[in-house]
Design a protein around this ligand. Sequence first.
Ligand code: B3K
Ligand code: ZN
Length: 869
Amino acid sequence: MSQKTAKYRKDYQAPAFTIEQVDLTFELDPQQTRVTNTMVVTRQGTHDEPLVLDGEALTLISLTLDGDPVSADDYSVTDQQLTLNTDKSRFTLTVVNDINPSENKALEGLYLAQNTYCTQCEAEGFRRITYYLDRPDVLAKFTTTVIADKQQYPFLLSNGNLIKRDQQGDKHIAVWQDPFPKPSYLFALVAGDFDVLRDTFTTCEGRTVELELFVDKGNLDRAEHAMTSLKNAMRWDEQRFGLVYDLDIYMIVAVDFFNMGAMENKGLNVFNAKYVLANPATATDQDFLNVESVIGHEYFHNWTGNRITCRDWFQLSLKEGLTVFRDQEFSSDLGSRAVNRIQDVKVIRSHQFTEDAGPMAHPIRPDKVLEMNNFYTVTVYNKGAEVIRMIHSLLGEAGFQKGMKLYVERHDGQAVTCEDFVTAMEDANGVDFTQFRNWYAQAGTPQVKADVAYDRAKQQVRLTLRQHTPATPGQDHKDPFHIPVKVSALAPSGAVIELSESLLELTEKEQTFVLNGDFANKLAADEQPVLSLFDDFSAPVKVERDIRQQDLLVLMAHAPDPVSRWDASQQLFASLIHRAIAAQTTVKLDDDTVAACRALLQSDSDPALIALALTLPNAATLADSYDEIPVEQLRHNLQQLKRQLAAALAEPMQARYDELTEQLRSHSYQLEGRDIAMRQLRNTLLLYLAEVNTEADWFVEQYQLTDNMTDTLAVLQATAWTQHPAAEDLLQRFDQRWQGEKLVMDKWFQTQALADHERTVERVQQLMQHSDFSIDNPNRVYSLLAAFTQNLAQFHRADGAGYRLVGEVIERLNNSNPQVASRLLSAFMSWKRYDPARQALMKQQLEQLQALPKLASDLQEKVENSLSA
Ligand code: B3K
Ligand code: ZN
């Protein structure tokens, strides 16, 4: 591996050549697949620059220019490029090369795993298939011929429409043609044997689209939900965005070996089976919802990503931020908007804020990239979606859709930039987003300090907001952001006070807003209004505010915005823990908080919202407030708070649990909003009950009575995470029942990896020998090892055993699958935020990796940034 060098956004240059048409032929063979690639190439500039094609891990067989072999003097090949000297301005170039799919454990390019040939090209995997201009601004029409053994690989798939089928002895041939010009990263090929679920969708324009879902043999009973989700997504995109599907066929293939969630290849999505297969016995409610969301996400890319694509990879958020926003809206329109929003906020607070505070902090549109695969981040995706959401908040739904319409009209068929998107939004609405663009350019999480003063005489609230964004690597100075602040107000009684404004725009470093409202009628003479700030998490910022506990209790019970109600509960819990840590004492749950939780528990609010409010903030979110993360204190106080809450509310919790159980058992499992919400509350309560009820038999009984994976897993987790007397017995039962069912066993691995138990490191090590574990399969590594890195106390065990365990796995994966290795490495990047002893141990792992003779670029970039920060 030769060392890669970083690329800068500012250095973008339009391609010197374009490729109009490409014809690919694949003669599939496990060790020696032959690729014949014929490209129609046109010079763009006037200079006679050579044509430089990308290519990695390829064996060149021949090179032909307009029918003639290219002489050795006219081209050269390195391990990354093929350079052709020609002065022609338009020509046909045929490259023949061999690749080895069975040796490909990195799962990038064309690989063979479990008897299925499969591709993954985004971001720069196509260059591992053939020599090409492997960049997203080169759009070509693809025709793909696939030749393979008919019996072993009855299905031969690629992008677009099937235009020809043929047979040659034992082999068969399929020819696919994609009428839409596309960049190489959207190319896909799949060959294998599957069961197929077929359906059709009639577009609002009356066209019939064939839908095909390919799953491993025997899995048809787990495919229905994905198909329903696809049809829902197609309908939703027509109705909410006016975007209609364009090909005659839409195919989804579910595979076991896949580095990420799924891939939006034109007309042929490839999915990690985890986001397709689901039935009540094997999948939790959350799994079902995730399937819906990922199926939607990849489908929505057809317009935001495929029809309009990225000019260069620095613009990744153009398609990802926007498409995440769209999938979030899809889930919210079909399910519970509040629950979805709270889950999205949790992701930002526990993962994105951490990334923003670490050595790899980058703006949603990065300026410098060494390994592109490292930039498929929560920042580009989820913060990117928050930025789109802020545009939506500023413009409203109608204005946003006007902007979308103009964006699509202007740029359909093009490769464009984030700038083009923002300009379309501005032009369609006659607004100026000059300052708003800072969200694209600046990394880091803004901190907003809020001061609220009520002037009874004037019947006004003066709200002063100050923003400050800490420096991030390479960006010392930050300009103020344009921040939408949604606000509402309450009386201590809970009565809502109408305000003169509900959406404020903070643009200065410091700004005071005067809010008028119906204070006189709602407040007694000695009362103050309670202001709710950043309703619906209207901006991805951290809010600092001196707020009295009694005001938080009012917000928790009565804020009109459900996200703010939840947020108040989280602030209550967090402040109890932070105060205890600051005072070096053990957290003490007070009567008012208990009373508030009791009231909520017994209320008739949405059970899912009760569950979320009663769930303590996770360690990662709490850790975010510290420069030096107090591992032991956080763990101790979180555990104590959970036990105290469980003890204080044991009776009403048990009562509500029983009531929910009875309601749910009155009918069989249904994947339906109310039932999902009831299960969520019931299972949240179980996590508390396991703290105070040590009767093994009762838990075993709960386990035996479940008829769905949501409830089964809940009992397993509740016992495993509290070191309950029933835990080992249940873990064994689960193993016996589900061994061999890989996706189900992932839950079992994950449950144990997350247990805060002094022997978890050893347990994880031992589980790596389990017959269902394989280091070559990304899902297994994520569920056992990536999960383990989220286990605050055990990954950060003081003796460094957790670090060594994960460090060794990273070292192994460096050679076979660097993308997966790189994901695991993230856990080490915040090493500077731990105490000196842990810092030294974490740093040692980073240095050990740095010293490896062949460090993959994915790891090189993160290791270097971490050590130099
Ligand atoms: N676009 C793909 C992600 C590709 C990741 C490459 N390392 C999935 C998605 O965002 O829809
Ligand atoms: Zn995406």
